[in-house]
Design a protein around this ligand. Sequence first.
Ligand code: NAD
Length: 359
Amino acid sequence: WMYMKKIIVTGGAGFIGSAVIRYLLSLSETIEVVNVDKLTYAGNLQSLNDIRVSDNYQFVHADICDSAAMHKVFTEFEPDAVMHLAAESHVDRSIDGPAAFIHTNIIGTYTLLEVARQYWNDLSPAKRESFRFHHISTDEVYGDLANSGLLFTEATSYDPSSPYSASKASSDHLVRAWHRTYGLPVIITNCSNNYGPYHFPEKLIPLVILNAIEGKALPIYGNGEQIRDWLYVEDHAKALFTVVSTGEVGETYNIGGHNEKQNIEVVKTICHILDELVEEKPQGITKFAELITYVKDRPGHDLRYAIDASKIERELGWTPEETFESGIRKTVSWYLNNLQWCQAVQDGSYQRERLGVEK
Ligand code: NAD
């Protein structure tokens, strides 16, 4: 991995991207990172407060669909690898408005592939050999396991259900084609649901924690029996670096934490931890689980996702460090101790910086 000195991370102001950047910069003082992010509603530079002044870190405010801006980043920075995380990522938003998903996830990935291909073509033979284009994707491309009892492997056929997962599936296909047709040294990872610090409060786990402490309803889609396979975000960040630095070119690796849980179980676990940690309960309740409210299910909602992560474990030696129980405890505590970060997201002030108002 000593070849991996200069890395472009796209979407580095997002939930997983910011964890990846924190992890990369903690690994070695010789690693340099450029964070390319458009700062959509999901981009939050405050998630990078710890490392923003590091000499090894630069932020470029740009859209991955902007070919000229991407060329500039590649030619000026001369990366050894790209870790491509920038995407529209929220399934419900993709149902309400698919356009941004098609644009960023498909056109954006295509633009980045073309810029990377041109850059890679012009490299010296040794650098061409070691360059990596790492595309970060989701297990949702495989569709719904429903009651089959199976796990997703790298050989599972694609069968996406939502505009989000269909757009990610399209981008995965483009990345594979750029390898097969042009020889671009790509690697793809498909990961299960992540959770942990700095997760945008529209997603289930942070939403439940923050609603609960404010005494608001905890909305559960349908009967809450949908199963997701949860992975602590810092374990994902470590897996991604393992893959970009030691994975085989052209291969796909599934990443997961062996933590299949029904949504309702996740919410009840959070409620129990909050019962323990929060002494003063919101008015009118004695236990947080009293706030659970069932709401109309999401259209096309997949029942079950579950990952077989044996390939990355066997071939690259990665295994998750957190169990769901340890990771969710850390996560709940993090939210309780970082209400200022949450507040800035909830009142919209985190976006002021993007508009240049802060300074
Ligand atoms: P996120 O929504 O928190 O962050 C996405 C980031 O991309 C934001 O900072 C946003 O500003 C940026 N972005 C969006 N459009 C852009 C554009 N056109 N140009 C440049 N930047 C742009 O997402 P996340 O949860 O951190 O997910 C990151 C990646 O990992 C995505 O590709 C997602 O599909 C994948 N993934 C996520 C999960 C999960 O559970 N969150 C699981 C598996 C895979």
